[in-house]
Design a protein around this ligand. Sequence first.
Ligand SMILES: [Zn+2]
Length: 255
Amino acid sequence: MPGGKCFFNPRWLEEKEYKDWIQRDCDKYKAFCKCCKARVDISVMGESALVSHAKGKKHTNNLKASAPVVPIANFFSVTSSQSSQSASVTATPGPAMPTSSRTLSSFCTKTAVLKSEVMWTMNAVNSHYSFKSCENNSKLFQAMFPDSQVAKGYQCGEGKTRYLSTFGLAPYFHSLLKKRVKEESGYVLLFDETLNKHIKMKQLDIFVRCWNGQQVQTEYYASKFLGHAYATTLIDSLEPAMVELGYRKYSLKTP
Ligand SMILES: [Zn+2]
């Protein structure tokens, strides 16, 4: 540093502690605070001068006052046409943030609709209902609960129930199981293969048995489809599952 003086560091413009209020000053030994409309001398203390300025009462008050204020009324829809419009928006899997309408009520309704669809899908899977049997649920629920905004928004028919269970819930529960098994000191891997007449291939189902609290629990893990199932084919099919669960790959084939 020439003459032992500290000067403005452009890195501060990016840093979250400073970026909301700091600006370059024409004097390189000073920084400018947008909130306080004041110059901060950094020539001696350097960054510590900024830290101490940021802690000051005057600065914290000015910073609060300069935060953009969004009127709470912006979050509420007041007209009935708007609320019925927002309720009829179909919720889709993924982040439940409303895109077209940013009202709080539409956000709540969409989340509640998505929740109801997820709950129904879990019930359908748990009770072994066919996806086809979910086809007219939206009409049924709307007729059963005519005063419900959630029922109005419910749009989970055959396709969406299948989609939610296959691409939303299954990977989620699979990851929970994987995480739980990995945390255990040991587990048992079970497998069973049999001919799947429908696709005319052998189906190898893999199960995991491990402790869940005070109970021993066996859970479905994955399925593989095989042609001729030699011992090596079985190992090749089981290995990825075992590696996923934290088994060291090389130790399997070691005699
Ligand atoms: Zn300030």
